[in-house]
Write a protein that binds this ligand. Structure first.
Ligand SMILES: O=P(O)(O)OC[C@H]1O[C@](O)(CO)[C@@H](O)[C@@H]1O
Length: 541
């Protein structure tokens, strides 16, 4: 078996060594290319034809996926097996949007737990949204206090889906930097603000520090007894939520088989339901479910998350492209790259295999991004003319929810143009002709020529959706979640733990008391020791 896997890797590597392996333009005329590399899953039309996946390369990569048993691993995840081996947990975010009775974690009925919580969340939203007509106070604002997966997913979704006239305004407090709360609190009235403390563990230092700040603000504005009724907890740690003073009826739980970065579909998504309305949240879950159904049923060659994962293996491991850009051409998706950064980099930033051995090849790429067209005026220069290609995911939304048609045409045209420019580049003949047509003399033309050339053959994947709504957003996010799963299986790493975040947390815990006025620094490296001394000096003690 292991030999079969290594043979499959070798075959892909052999193709990567053939001259021109990274070229895309020569492949564009291949018959059958669109059939192989343009795939629909739900409402998402994904075009991978602007990559250097030739028919041969794709076949070799699909053989690798088969040798690695990616779809068999997928089925083990769906069966609720404890595939997160370093934490001994199942991985069941699909249960969060699945039908009743569909998922088990060991002998536990995972779906029953999910649906009980969803029912409680829906009833809570109905109460909050209907409060004014019942003569209760009407909450206008919801503050979600959380960080990482307890912030990025819901924040991204609320930003993408909130429209004027929806029930509440959502605010997201994540950074322990007090400036964040300082800026937020001035716009809020404690009497009309519902505060959600979102934390899987309910021990995350930043979240708990902010939760104390905001609870003090509620208490100062409303008195201690009243403040409790404005507090809601979203957590797996029910003991800690009670100790913090959240009434039991306002605690929404979930289980440890929901990873933080995959938790926006759980109670952690309550801020989205409160801000945008229950139907929107339900449509988000249903959208994700649509992608789950595709992922669970499509064979390898048609399985979009798997195809995107295979393209990444080709780029990262075979062509040596260590980064990827995510460019949503929709301002409402401004936080989509940030959410994917956690989903992908916290999952795939791994250096040992499931068996604890060093990986044989590079794993997760650096993911970064900004909405288009803004990205074009900041970092796209490097994608066009930098030394190492950066594959780009370009997300296009065919129909806007505004009436400014000309703006939208410009937006779409720019997204298409970037992908086209990355692919085709600009050769010397074209650049010379353009400069000569402008009347430039021959010396100037030759001097400027190298600066104006674009190598082209730079890969991109275009994801096109008809509208941006809860259903399509759910599909998009689930698509990337499943892509991450496939990459974890291909690279044989645990995509569901995150031990790498622990050391910094522990060291910060040691440093906090050392930064108190008059405190002595402990043993550190010379650079850190000098920085502590300088901070004390600048802070006057
Ligand atoms: O929801 P919690 O437990 O507060 O954790 C927040 C985030 O912190 C992390 O553990 C990383 O530090 C993430 O995985 C998680 O999403």
């Amino acid at each position: 078996m292991a030999d079969g896997i290594e043979a499959a890797w070798d075959r892909v590597a052999e193709l990567a060594r053939t001259p021109g392996a990274g070229a895309i333009r020569p492949l564009m005329g291949d018959a059958g290319r669109a059939d192989r590399l343009i795939r629909r899953a739900g409402d998402v039309r994904a075009d991978l034809t602007k990559t250097s996946l030739s028919a041969e390369v794709l076949d070799a990569l699909l053989d690798l996926a088969r040798a690695r048993g990616v779809l068999a691993s997928r089925d083990a995840m769906a069966r609720g097996e404890a595939i997160n081996t370093t934490e001994g947990r199942a991985v069941l975010h699909m249960a969060l949007r699945g039908p009743r009775g569909a998922f088990k974690a060991g002998s536990e009925d995972a779906s029953a737990e999910v649906h009980d919580t969803l029912d409680a969340m829906r009833a809570f939203c109905a109460r909050v949204h209907g409060a004014q007509s019942n003569g209760e106070i009407r909450f206008t604002d919801v503050v979600n206090i959380g960080i990482g997966g307890s912030d990025l997913g819901p924040q991204m979704a609320a930003r993408a889906l909130w429209r004027a006239g929806m029930p509440m305004r959502a605010h997201y407090l994540s950074n322990v930097d007090g400036h964040a709360w300082e800026a937020m609190r001035h716009g809020l009235d404690p009497a009309r603000t519902l505060v959600l403390v979102a934390s899987k563990t309910f021990t995350t230092a930043e979240t708990m520090a902010n939760a104390h700040l905001v609870r003090d603000w509620l208490r100062a504005g409303l008195g201690e007894a009243e403040a409790g009724s404005h507090l809601v907890a979203l957590s797996t740690n029910l003991k800690a939520t009670a100790a913090f003073g959240v009434p039991e009826a306002q605690v929404f739980g979930f289980k440890d088989w929901v990873g933080g970065r995959f938790s926006m579909w759980s109670a952690i998504g309550l801020s989205v339901a409160l801000a945008c309305g229950w139907d929107v949240f339900q449509a988000l879950l249903d959208g994700a479910r649509t992608m789950d159904e595709h992922f669970l049923s499509a064979p390898e060659a048609e399985n979009l998350p798997l195809l995107m994962a295979l393209a990444e293996v080709w780029h990262v491991d075979m062509l040596g492209y260590p980064t990827r850009a995510v460019l949503p051409y929709d301002e409402r998706l401004a936080r989509f790259p940030a959410h994917l950064q956690q989903v992908e980099m916290e999952s795939l930033g791994k250096r040992v295999t499931l068996g604890g051995l060093p990986v044989a090849r590079p794993t997760g790429p650096v993911v970064f991004g900004e909405p288009g067209t803004n990205a074009q005026h900041s970092f796209m220069q490097l994608l066009h003319q930098g030394t190492t290609p950066v594959p780009a995911d370009i997300v296009l939304v065919a129909n806007p929810d505004h009436g400014f048609e000309e703006n939208h045409r410009q937006l779409l045209a720019n997204g298409l143009a970037q992908a086209e420019a990355l692919l085709r580049g600009r050769d010397a003949t074209e650049v010379r002709e353009e400069m000569e047509a402008k009347g430039m003399d021959a010396a100037a033309v030759e001097a400027l020529l190298p600066h104006r050339l674009f190598p082209g053959d730079r890969p991109s994947t275009t994801l096109l959706i008809p509208h941006l709504d809860a259903a399509t957003l759910g599909q998009l996010v689930a698509l990337y979640e499943h892509k991450v799963f496939c990459l974890g299986a291909l690279w044989n790493v645990n995509a569901f733990d995150q031990w790498g975040v622990e050391l910094g947390k522990q060291l910060a815990g040691v440093l906090v008391p050392e930064l108190a006025p008059g405190a002595q620094a402990g043993a550190h490296d010379p650079s850190t020791t000098a920085l502590i001394a300088e901070i004390h000096r600048l802070r006057g003690g």
